[in-house]
Structures are given as structure tokens and as C-alpha cells.
Design a protein around this ligand. Structure first.
Ligand SMILES: [Zn+2]
Length: 275
């Protein structure tokens, strides 16, 4: 693993020479203390990525609409949007600009156990996740909070930067062309990091911690996040647990969440006292 980390660092150093990397802090640390600085390739801008996300999201919505699968359960859509709104209202603790992002939240009728949030706040929850795991509002808030955290931390941009770093010929070609990423290529890449490539362990830990804080501040019991992963573990063998392929579970995840509970439970309790 150390060799792989060294290789990554080396590749980023090489990318830096060729195209430029920058070290950024996308979010405030919050009570859970997410402080890692992130390395982003200069030519993968968050603005380009958000524009690409708008296109990809529109395509997903149009496909769902055509198949009659988009928001076909109005009660579920209302529920998912209400929970999301409460979480989004708390994002300012991590990023002052985030509550004003053009957030969109939709539900796809699908047996898939999946949920994701594209850059800039384009959220999709699959009905299978809610129904098969019989998620309570608190548990659903844990899943959505985790997904919002990936977007707040610009994890997609970080992963795409890394992918380009590992494909130096492509990088050199893009830099030579003086483009910030041909739209189609960026679209493919965003699709991959959203739908198929697994998040790294570090990003998962960050999303777990920030998601936990978002839900606690929004008045959802953070202990429910542990239940979600217990339920996930039970369906791990399922062929349709897409969420697990992009969000690899680990035996340490539940322990890490439990260790963070003392930091966020007082935030949750404060919301309960306010009534
Ligand atoms: Zn994740």
C-alpha cells in the first residue's frame, strides 16, 4: 500500500510538472474534524465539472422520465426532498456557499440499492434502497448526508484528477490542446466516478464523518448511521447492492462511526431541546 501511495504522489508530482496541481481545502473541518488538504489537477475545474454534472443529471432524469420511473411515488419523493432540505440547510457549517448551490433531489423507481450526489448538488435516491432496507427517516438522512458530503468535499474532482494523473498520455494531450477537458471525456469520467469506480477509503471516512455531523445538526439521530451499515452488511451478497460497489464497506466503518458519535450527539441533542 505504501508503494501505491508513493506512486500516486509521484504521478501527481509528474502531473504537476505537466499540467499543474493545486492543493486546496474544500471545506471547514466541522466538529468531526475533516482537515485533509486535497490535490486537484488545475485543468479539472469544479466549474467544468458542475456543468458536466448538469448535463449527466439531465440525461439521467430524461431517461427515468421516459421509462416512467422518475418520481413515480410522490410520497417517497416528498419524503426524500424534505429530509434533503433539512440536511442542505446545514451545509453552511462546512461550506458557506453550499446552501445556495442549485441543489436538485429526485427519486428513481428502481430495485437498485443506490444513491449518489453529483458535483454541485445533483442528488438521486433509488427507491430500492429505501424500500428494501426499510430505511427510517434518520437512516435515510444518514445515506443522503453521506452523499452530500462527497459533493461538499469535491471528491469527484479529486478522483478525476487522480485518474488523469494515472493516464499521463491523455493528460499531456489535453494540456497540449490547451483545453480544460473535452466535454465528452469529462462526462465519461464523471459517469465512471458516480456509477462504477469505488470511492477510496479516505473519502469514505470523510463522507461518513461529515454526513454524521450534517444529520445531527439537522435533528436526525446520528446513531442511525450505524444501523444503515448493519443493514447494508446483511445485503452485501445481493447482486443489486450498487451502493456497496461505489461505497465499499469495511469492518472498521461501523467502529469509526461509533467513535465519532460522542462528537456529534450533543449537536443532535441540542436540536431536540429546541423542539
Ligand atoms: Zn461514499
Amino acid at each position: 500500500m505504501q508503494a501505491r501511495a508513493a506512486l500516486r504522489t509521484g504521478l501527481c508530482a509528474l502531473t504537476l510538472l505537466l499540467a499543474g496541481c493545486q492543493t486546496v481545502h474544500t471545506t471547514n473541518a466541522g466538529a468531526v474534524g475533516v482537515t485533509r488538504s486535497q490535490s486537484m489537477a488545475n485543468f479539472v475545474s469544479e466549474a467544468d465539472l458542475r456543468a458536466t454534472a448538469v448535463q449527466n443529471y439531465q440525461q439521467t432524469l430524461a431517461g427515468g422520465q421516459k421509462a416512467g420511473k422518475l418520481n413515480d411515488d410522490p410520497a417517497l419523493t416528498r419524503r426524500v426532498r424534505a429530509i434533503s432540505s433539512r440536511l442542505i440547510a446545514q451545509t453552511a457549517y462546512f461550506r458557506a456557499d453550499a446552501p445556495k448551490w442549485p441543489w436538485e433531489v429526485n427519486v428513481m423507481d428502481s430495485p437498485e440499492l443506490n444513491a449518489w450526489c453529483m458535483p454541485g448538488g445533483k442528488v438521486m435516491v433509488y427507491s430500492g434502497l429505501v424500500k428494501q432496507l426499510q430505511l427510517t427517516d434518520d437512516e435515510l438522512a444518514a445515506v443522503i448526508g453521506h452523499e452530500l458530503a462527497h459533493a461538499l468535499r469535491e471528491h469527484a474532482r479529486e478522483r478525476i484528477s487522480r485518474e488523469y494523473g494515472q493516464n499521463l498520455l491523455l493528460t499531456v494531450g489535453m494540456v497540449a490542446l490547451g483545453v480544460s477537458g473535452p466535454a465528452a471525456q469529462l462526462g465519461d469520467m464523471l459517469g465512471k466516478v458516480t456509477f462504477s469506480l469505488p470511492h477510496g477509503r479516505t473519502q469514505e471516512t470523510e463522507a461518513d464523518g461529515m454526513g454524521l455531523e450534517l444529520m445531527a445538526r439537522a435533528g436526525y439521530d446520528p446513531a442511525a448511521a450505524v444501523n444503515v451499515w448493519r443493514k447494508m452488511a446483511r445485503v452485501q451478497q445481493s447482486q443489486q447492492a450498487e451502493f456497496l460497489s461505489t461505497h465499499p464497506s469495511s469492518s472498521t466503518r461501523i467502529a469509526e462511526l461509533q467513535a465519532l458519535l460522542p462528537k456529534v450527539t450533543p449537536l443532535y441533542e441540542a436540536t431536540q431541546r429546541k423542539g
